[in-house]
Design a binder for this molecule. Structure first.
Ligand code: SF4
Length: 282
C-alpha cells in the first residue's frame, strides 16, 4: 500500500479507511509508507498513529520504505523509536562493505524489525553489465544477484521486479534451490560492482547536490534514468522525470564539475543528466 504524499496523520488514516473499503477488507497485514526521506517523519505522532492503528485492528504491522542517502540514519532512528515492524530499503551486492549501512542493519535487526531488500538487482544498462562477462555454473546473473542478498541472514525478504514469466520462473528456481553462490560467483559480482560503478547511482544526493547551485535533483533524475535503461520501464521513467520542475531536472548551464569530482561512484553526472534529458523528454 502506497500512501506517500498524504499530508498528515489524519490524511493517512482517512486514506487507509478508503483503501480498506476499496479492497473490501477489514484490515491490512502491513501499513507501509513508501519513500520516507526525512528522519522527522518518524516522530512520536507518526509512531503513535501506527500503534493506534494496530490496536484498532485495521493493520497488523506498520513500516516504511526508504532509498535515499540516509537509509542508515532511518534504520537507526526506527530501531530507537520503536513501533516500526518492517522497513524496505535499497540493498544489493553493491552494498557489501558499506560499514555505516551494515551497522545500521545490525541495529535494526537487534530491535526486531523485519528487513526487506529492494532494488536488489543493482542494475546498470545491459551493455555496461555485459562487460564484466559474469559466468556461473549454477545461476544466471539475475539469480546470482538475488542469491547475494539472501546470503545475508539479516534480510528477511526481498522484492524483485518480474516483468515476464521467464523472470518469474528464474526467480522461483533461485528461491527454491538450496544451492548457494560459490566463492567465484561472489568474486565476479564484486568485480562487476567495481567495473560498472560509474553507471550506478547510490542515491547519496547530499554529496553531489550540495555542490551545485540551484535545485537540481541529480539522484532522482539518475534513478528515473535507471528505470528507463535498466528496468525497461520507459513510460514510468518519463512520467516521473516530467513531474520534476524544469530547474530540478535540466542541468543546462549548471556547473557540475564539483559534483562530478565529489561523486564516490565516479559518475559522469553531466553526461548522465544529458542522457536523461534526451531519453526522458517526450
Ligand atoms: S551521482 Fe554520485 S554523489 Fe550523486 S547521488 Fe549518485 S552516486 Fe551519489
Amino acid at each position: 500500500m502506497n500512501l506517500s504524499g498524504s499530508p498528515s496523520v489524519e490524511g493517512y488514516t482517512s486514506n487507509l479507511d478508503l483503501c480498506l473499503n476499496d479492497l473490501e477488507t477489514d484490515y491490512l497485514d502491513l501499513f507501509f509508507m513508501h519513500a520516507v526521506q526525512s528522519e522527522t517523519t518518524l516522530d512520536a505522532e507518526y509512531i503513535k498513529m501506527g500503534e493506534d492503528l494496530k490496536k484498532s485492528g485495521k493493520i497488523r504491522f506498520f513500516g516504511f520504505s526508504c532509498h535515499h542517502d540516509n537509509v542508515p540514519e532511518l534504520l537507526t532512528k526506527a530501531a530507537r523509536a520503536g513501533g516500526i515492524d518492517a522497513i524496505m530499503f535499497r540493498y544489493n551486492f553493491r552494498k557489501y562493505g558499506d560499514q555505516k549501512l551494515n551497522k545500521a542493519i545490525d541495529t535494526a535487526k537487534a530491535a526486531g524489525i523485519g528487513l526487506i531488500a529492494m532494488k536488489t538487482q543493482g542494475s546498470v544498462p545491459a551493455d555496461q553489465e555485459s562487460v564484466s562477462e559474469f559466468k556461473s555454473k549454477d545461476f544466471t546473473l539475475e539469480q546470482a544477484k538475488l542469491k547475494a542478498v539472501w546470503a545475508d541472514e539479516r534480510i528477511d525478504a526481498l522484492v524483485s521486479t518480474m516483468s515476464n514469466l521467464q523472470q518469474l520462473d528464474d526467480n522461483v528456481k533461485a528461491a527454491s534451490t538450496p544451492q548457494q553462490l560459490a566463492f567465484n560467483d561472489f568474486v565476479q559480482l564484486n568485480r562487476m560492482a567495481a567495473i560498472t560503478a560509474p553507471y550506478y547511482c547510490h542515491g547519496c544526493n547530499q554529496i553531489c547536490e550540495s555542490r551545485v547551485d540551484g535545485k537540481l535533483r541529480i539522484a532522482d533524475t539518475l534513478r528515473y534514468l535507471m528505470y528507463y535503461d535498466s528496468y525497461g520501464d520507459r513510460e514510468e521513467a518519463r512520467h516521473l522525470y516530467q513531474q520534476l520542475e524544469v530547474d530540478e531536472r535540466d542541468s543546462s548551464g549548471v556547473d557540475l564539475s564539483a559534483a562530478i569530482r565529489a561523486c564516490p561512484q565516479g559518475i559522469n553526472i553531466a553526461q548522465r543528466m544529458d542522457d536523461a534529458k534526451q531519453l526522458l523528454t517526450v
